[in-house]
Design a protein around this ligand. Structure first.
Ligand SMILES: *Cc1c(COP(=O)(O)O)cnc(C)c1O
Length: 288
């Protein structure tokens, strides 16, 4: 846990702490570690022949999966959105170096892969191909994420996390005490559908009393993996002032949102906010 002290926080009487899950592991960082933990356990128990998943060309999820597969000596296969570029970016180069079999698919084919939700839903499941949905989502992912809550060893009022598929948000909601508030910051544009996804993930998996939660949709800075000059200078400032590394796809948008909400007086004096730093710094190599 890292404390941030800034004028605006002092003025508002609000405390801000960052839970540094980006420091969990040098490669398998942040929420991708959390989401893979029990999923990989399950796959190993089944003795699968391979781990198969999907992601974009900067995917933190595929990056973590490829490295885990290498360490566990389980073959991995990644379906990557878009055409194979002439020069591979650092993320895809790592995937290749770690032995992940790469298959580049069109955007349309990529969307169709989203129909597969369960680990055994691939047509070639009979060959032992264990499927991990986009971003490593799934019931077992929620269980891994829930462990974040036990590690927050101080009183707090509000939890904040960046959302892609919102699996991490859902996992936090399953485990946070009912007197807390959990706030998700959508990293993509038009993410209202994620509210339904969260409700679907939560249905049937947890107790009746969940904490209150919300998802804010207006901090995407133009869309998924888009940035604005304001966001880039915010990242720069946070690095200089607090030695806090952020990337522009997720974590910077979440912290930017917190600062914007502070300016608006959204938090009450005396409240303590904990932001989960979900990692992902590999994806921003060479860009910030
Ligand atoms: C994948 C990722 C997220 C989004 O997690 P979801 O569970 O898909 O919402 C957030 N932050 C970082 C750094 C990520 O890599």
């Amino acid at each position: 846990m890292m404390s941030i002290i800034d004028d605006v926080l002092v003025r508002q009487g609000v405390e801000l702490w960052i839970k540094r899950d980006d420091l969990l592991h040098p490669i398998i960082s942040g929420n991708k570690w959390r989401k893979l933990k029990y999923t990989l356990d399950h796959a190993l128990q089944l003795g699968v022949a391979g781990l198969v998943s999907m992601g974009g060309a900067y995917s933190n999820h595929l990056h973590a999966l490829a490295y885990a597969g290498k360490c566990l000596e389980v073959p991995t296969l990644g379906w990557i959105r878009g055409e194979r570029p002439d020069t591979l970016n650092p993320t895809v180069s790592d995937l290749q170096r770690w032995g992940m079999q790469l298959s580049f698919v069109s955007r349309q084919e990529y969307r169709q892969l989203r129909q597969f939700q369960r680990y055994d839903s691939l047509p070639d499941w009979s060959d032992g191909h264990y499927w991990l949905p986009e971003g490593g989502a799934g019931a077992l992912a929620l269980r891994g994420v829930a462990e974040i809550i036990d590690e927050i060893d101080m009183p707090y009022d509000v939890l904040v996390v960046a959302c892609g598929t919102a699996t991490t948000l859902a996992g936090l909601i399953t485990a946070a005490p009912s007197d807390k508030k959990v706030l998700g910051i959508a990293a993509l544009k038009g993410a209202a559908f994620l509210r339904d996804d969260v409700n679907r993930l939560l249905s049937g998996c947890c107790e009746a009393t969940t904490p209150s939660w919300d998802m804010l949709l207006d901090y995407h800075h133009g869309g998924f993996a888009r940035t604005t000059p304001a966001l880039l200078s915010f990242i720069h400032e946070m690095r200089l002032r607090h030695q806090l590394p952020l990337e522009f796809v997720y974590t910077a948008k979440a912290l930017y949102a917190i600062y914007d909400l502070l300016q608006q007086g959204y938090f009450q004096s005396g409240q303590r906010i904990v932001m989960i730093h979900t990692g992902g710094l590999q994806g921003a190599r060479g860009s910030a």
